[in-house]
Design a protein. Structure first.
Length: 135
């Protein structure tokens, strides 16, 4: 099981499978050396960290970000309703992240936050899946 340690003062997080780490390092000198190396670069494994961060963001998307993002789009464009395909909505979310260089941030407790209104500032015209009110 992966463990996430959040270092709030440095605004970084460390992803480590400590149980596996301890099994792979069978002597105290290796463990001490590895732990001391964390003071130079506080990350044991880039791939593990990236994978855990992606999983956390996907869980947040499924749990609340998708709904919040869809609601914010509807509100921004005064839409009656929308019925986007999940993949279409998530593709727009990622496209806007790249366009604005604004990405989700993992905060304490594994929660994810992102400024959705700043993402939506990058939309030039209403997405095709919106059902707009007639004026």
């Amino acid at each position: 099981m992966k463990k996430i340690i959040v270092l709030t003062a440095a605004s970084i997080f460390i992803c480590a499978g400590f149980y596996l780490f301890a099994q792979q390092r069978n002597n105290n000198a290796d463990i001490i050396k590895t732990l001391q190396s964390l003071s130079d670069y506080p990350l044991l494994d880039e791939m593990d960290c990236s994978q855990v961060a992606t999983e956390i963001e996907q869980q947040a998307w499924d749990s609340y970000l998708k709904r919040d993002f869809k609601d914010a789009i509807e509100k921004r464009f005064n839409a009656d309703y929308s019925d986007p395909d999940d993949d279409e909505l998530q593709a727009l979310y990622f496209e806007l992240q790249e366009k604005t260089n604004l990405h989700a941030e993992i905060v304490g407790g594994g929660n994810v936050r992102i400024n959705i209104s700043r993402l939506l500032d990058a939309i030039d015209e209403p997405p095709a899946f919106l059902k707009l009110e007639w004026w």
